[in-house]
Design a binder for this molecule. Structure first.
Ligand code: WT7
Length: 674
């Protein structure tokens, strides 16, 4: 959607589906007055309830300090420790309860059940290593590049115990991507793993560390130490040679600190808990900075109110901890509430489409959380598969991208067996926790709609001119949050200007204002607001592509393509995909003297996989004689997008080179046999 226009939305609103009595009768949030209590008139005081879900070493004195708007400070004066809140405080009652169920991808390997007591011991030992072997202290940054193994939350919580800022890079990302993020965060330590399983293959993950160090060094930041966790303790599973003086086996270091206890460092609420890099509209990834007190209280409250988690629940969120969903809803939220959280190493359909339902049956999982991409994949691979297994979900979540009503219905009927309440949670890396969702025990579901804003948040939809689009108008616009909330990012790491520009400049009423009312938060998504207050999220208004529920910047992919010597220009557009929602489709033109060839297409494809990671693999690499351009020389991505999706390219007569459009379209149509 073009940023400057609103347009009519014709998709029919779906019928309500009400949660089952069974769910409602046990739900955490059943107060029918909750929205009234959390109306804007009472802002920000209602967030006290969120803060009170945590244990504070020192209670805060100021709920919200807006003096440095739009950098909001929450629970000022308070002190707490996130690792203490996720582990220590549960020991009295729940020490013998499973904190983490680790499910290895290979079914013949045993599931690991780690109690809160065991988690406590392991986190303390790793904290001792970070402090005494690596010399790390409060405020230092550490880059983690770990797969889905218990060592990942253990390392995160060990960092949190000492106030060390962790920056986990999604394990599927390339070494170069990890190196660039290590450089931006100025990390001297990289923590990685030798290998892990994906689709039945033991991948050499440590190989990426060398690339990461090289990239970081080139950019001006030396990684002095690389710590390597072993997938199999006592055994090195990576064929890549270690580098003397730089690389150390983490398990060996931990062995030296067996049963050592490290006191949690009492952190000011506003100190940084972690950085999470995400794509922006320029090539450089943004280090989204999350606080300790605000973030943790927000994810704890959301886990309680929206995820309906209780300490007795077995909760399985199938996201990767390398994304914000995993940070908030595999690690910090569920552990803060003392629940059992499931970590699954591998691919949902490995070795077959029944795997997820076997895991659910085996562990008696009762809350399940995944993305529309995974749901589409599971539906395609095994439509009736859930029928064969005897598990029972009370609650299910979908997150990350819009879900088609028919996919939603399969999730509800087959996976949830018409018993589970479903929440469609809409939010972003920047938000810490949810923006929109129904309250599962109080409000009906509507397939394809995320629901109202979550209690505490208030949203508005603006058109291009900044006029409010009223509910039920049937027009889409830019969805913005009216008020700040505790889980919102503090800023972009080392780049306050970019933070203000990206999220607040557009609808800000006065750049000098310290009144939160003057600073609506721009999500960057287009949405329609129905008469009942439910939001339907349509997608990004900027140059971001949502691939399988993960954000990818077109600029990142384009700059990777431009790194190929022959390439002169590159443009990436989203191509619709049946399973992943969208996939990047790449158009390039070559420098003079070079000819298109299949070999060159492969070379460009490989470069993108190497620089960004396999997630960015383009659907097609289209080598064009020229790019369609405006008279001022701007590449017309909209036109290319229409070609990719076999849609009408519209009026192109005003372009500088309209004839090229037909040539490109013919090339694409021919190759795709349309
Ligand atoms: C973008 C954020 C934190 C969630 C995981 C992705 C899209 C997210 C929904 C939803 C429709 C959604 C938006 C958003 N999105 N949830 N329920 N329905 N779209 O986090 O990588 O920061 O991406 O994902 O476009 O801006 P992310």
């Amino acid at each position: 959607m073009s940023e400057e226009h609103t347009y009519s939305v014709t998709m029919e609103e779906q019928e309500y589906i009400y949660p089952s009595y069974e769910f409602v009768s046990q739900a955490n949030m059943t107060d029918p007055k909750i929205r009234e209590k959390m109306s804007l008139d009472n802002f920000p005081y209602y967030y006290k309830e969120f803060a009170d879900m945590l244990e504070w070493d020192e209670y805060w004195h100021t709920m919200l300090d807006t003096s440095d708007a739009p950098c909001w400070r929450w629970f000022v004066g308070g002190r707490l420790n996130a690792s203490y809140n996720c582990i220590d405080r549960h020991l009295k009652e729940h020490k013998n309860k499973t904190a983490i169920h680790f499910v290895p991808e290979l079914e013949e390997e045993d599931i690991v059940h780690m109690t809160y007591q065991t988690l406590y011991m392991r986190v303390n030992e790793v904290a001792a290593v970070l402090r005494d072997e690596l010399g790390l202290k409060k405020g230092d940054r550490v880059t983690l590049h770990l797969p889905m193994v218990p060592e990942l939350p253990i390392t995160m919580l060990a960092c949190a115990r000492l106030g060390i800022i962790h920056s986990q890079v999604f394990g599927g990302f390339s070494g170069m991507a990890a190196g660039e993020r290590a450089w931006d965060s100025e990390s001297e330590v990289l923590i990685t793993m030798d290998a892990y399983y994906r689709s039945g293959k033991l991948l050499d993950h440590f190989a990426k560390a060398e690339e990461a160090c090289k990239k970081s060094e080139e950019m001006g930041q030396t990684i002095k130490t690389v710590c390597i966790w072993q997938r199999y303790k006592g055994k090195n599973s990576s064929p890549t040679p270690m580098k003397e003086g730089r690389d150390i086996i983490m398990n060996d270091l931990v062995a030296k600190h067996k049963r050592e206890i490290v006191e949690p460092v009492s952190m000011p609420a506003e100190d940084i808990l972690f950085l999470m890099y995400t794509s922006g509209t320029t090539g450089r990834p943004k280090g989204i900075q999350h606080s300790t007190g605000g973030y943790l209280s927000y994810v704890t409250a959301m886990s309680h109110i929206i995820q309906d988690i209780k300490p007795t629940d077995v909760y399985w969120c199938m996201a990767d901890i390398g994304w914000i969903t995993g940070h908030s809803f595999i690690v910090y939220g569920p552990l803060s509430l003392g629940a059992s959280t499931v970590i699954y190493e591998g691919v949902p359909t490995y070795p077959d489409a029944g795997r997820c339902w076997r895991v659910a049956e085996e562990l008696d999982v009762n809350i399940y959380h995944t993305s529309p991409t995974a749901i589409r994949m599971l539906r395609k691979a095994g439509y009736d598969e859930p029928d064969k297994y005897n598990y029972k979900f009370k609650h299910m979540t979908t997150v990350g991208e819009p879900i088609e009503p028919e996919v939603w219905r399969w999730y509800y009927e087959k996976v949830g067996k018409k018993k589970a309440a479903i929440v469609d949670t809409y939010w972003q890396t920047e938000n810490g926790g949810f923006l929109c969702s129904t309250i599962p025990g109080l409000e009906p579901m509507k397939p394809g709609s995320a629901g109202k804003t979550v209690p505490g948040l208030h949203a508005v939809v603006y058109d291009g001119e900044g006029n409010e689009i009223p509910p039920g108008a049937g027009k889409a616009g830019n969805i913005c949050m009216v008020n700040p909330w505790p889980g919102s990012m503090q800023t972009i790491w080392k780049d306050r200007d970019r933070y203000v520009r990206t999220y607040y400049e557009r609808y800000n009423k006065d750049p000098k204002s310290t009144d939160w009312r003057d600073w609506p938060y721009l999500t960057g998504d287009a949405a329609v607001l129905a008469a009942d207050g439910y939001f339907r999220i349509l997608g990004r208004i900027d140059d971001l592509i949502n691939v399988a529920g993960h954000r990818l910047g077109t600029k990142e992919v384009e700059s990777a393509a431009l790194a190929v010597e022959e390439v002169a220009e590159a443009a990436v557009v989203p191509a619709k995909d049946e399973i992943k929602g969208s996939i990047p489709d790449l158009y390039v033109s070559l420098k003079p003297g070079y000819e298109p060839s299949e070999e060159l297409e492969k070379k460009i494809n490989n470069m993108i996989r190497e620089v960004v990671g396999p997630i960015a693999t383009p659907k097609g690499v289209w080598i064009c004689a020229d790019m369609p351009k405006t008279r001022s020389g701007k590449i017309m991505r909209r036109v290319l997008g229409s070609i990719s999706n076999n849609e009408d390219v519209g009026d192109v007569t005003t372009l500088a080179n309209p004839e090229i459009v037909q040539d490109i379209k013919e090339m694409v149509d021919k190759k795709l046999g349309r």
